[in-house]
Design a protein around this ligand. Sequence first.
Ligand SMILES: [Zn+2]
Ligand SMILES: [Zn+2]
Length: 142
Amino acid sequence: MKKNITDRITESIRISTNGCWEWQRRINKDGYGILWVYENSKKHQRLAHRISYEAFKTQIPHNLQIDHLCMNKCCVNPEHLEAVTSAENTRRYFESIDIDVKCRRGHKRTVENTYFTGSTRACKECRRLAQKRYRDKGRVAG
Ligand SMILES: [Zn+2]
Ligand SMILES: [Zn+2]
């Protein structure tokens, strides 16, 4: 069963140059990938990145949301996803659209240090650190 889902995910993505697993199937109005799954013999529409996180990593606790470290909403790469509380996710969101001169970790908002994913602005230095953090940590078993 689990293998089925992971196969379906890997068949539904295109890996971008920065390692994002960009969802190639249906995208909802908010920009997130959509996957149909069977639960209790009924078809349900679920968010692809949440399915991916649960399939490749672990069950998402009820009070947590999934945050995209890469700021790429249609990305379902479990290594780019982090489970955070709703409050933290909201805080991050507002900080990501803040026109402040610094990012949430205090890096300068320069043209060189900023990249765009759709209409979202993000800090390259933060992305670099996040990617390094994930490399250092290595893959989580199971
Ligand atoms: Zn990504
Ligand atoms: Zn930063």
